[in-house]
Design a protein around this ligand. Sequence first.
Ligand code: DHB
Ligand code: FE
Length: 254
Amino acid sequence: MSTDRTGNIVGKMIAAINAVIKDEKVSYSEYKASTGWLISVGEQNEWPLFLDVFFEHAIESVAAESNRGSQSSIQGPYFIPGAPELSIPYTMPMRDDESGDTLIFRGEVVDQEGAPLADVLLDMWQADAAGEYSFINPTLPDYLFRGKIRTDENGRFTLRTIVPAPYEIPKNGPTGALLAAAGWHAWRPAHLHWIIAKEGYESLTTQLYFENGQWTGSDVANAVKPELLLSLDKIEAQSGPHFETSYKFTLGKV
Ligand code: DHB
Ligand code: FE
């Protein structure tokens, strides 16, 4: 960033905060409490979480103005590189006794003209049926519900996973404490994360949510867009019920 741009942006941020302090007549004791809270965010390594909850959606919406492909959404703080490349038939890494409803996801990746794109790499990650992410909850196996897959020659793939649960920002850290102190809930609606890449195309970072899912209309991270809602079909089979859904991703040319 240039010196001018830094001075301009940081200057505006400081002026905005100072305006709130004067408007609300913030006291010395509130200032001290805020200082302590800011220090604890760093001490408890919650800067990525806090910033992604409250600000990534705005950064993302600026970036999305120049997207040529499908709607994007925030990456959030829980992407872990190095997920395993899965083999066909694609099933997300899960435990033998994994709880949750089976979800069959049928995906398609096309270019801006609607032509199928083969050999597109999709990196997908999600929470389990308890709303927990591997690595973030260290009691889960590494790379649980994190995997990479590729589209076939018709630009399609089928992925077996489970329907994730909504995610609650941890209550025991400073971000959770701030939400509670402000009287706001700490929930993100259930979602699937994607980073989708192919040489020559814009890489797409997005999330897909479930129509009528709890918290879809009041995401704490403000990252739901109407184009990102999946509809779930319940299928009654002999082996028991499961859910199916599908989505078409479009990649823009670079
Ligand atoms: C945030 C985003 C997520 O996708 C998630 O699972 C948790 C937190 C966030 O914006 O901080
Ligand atoms: Fe997430």
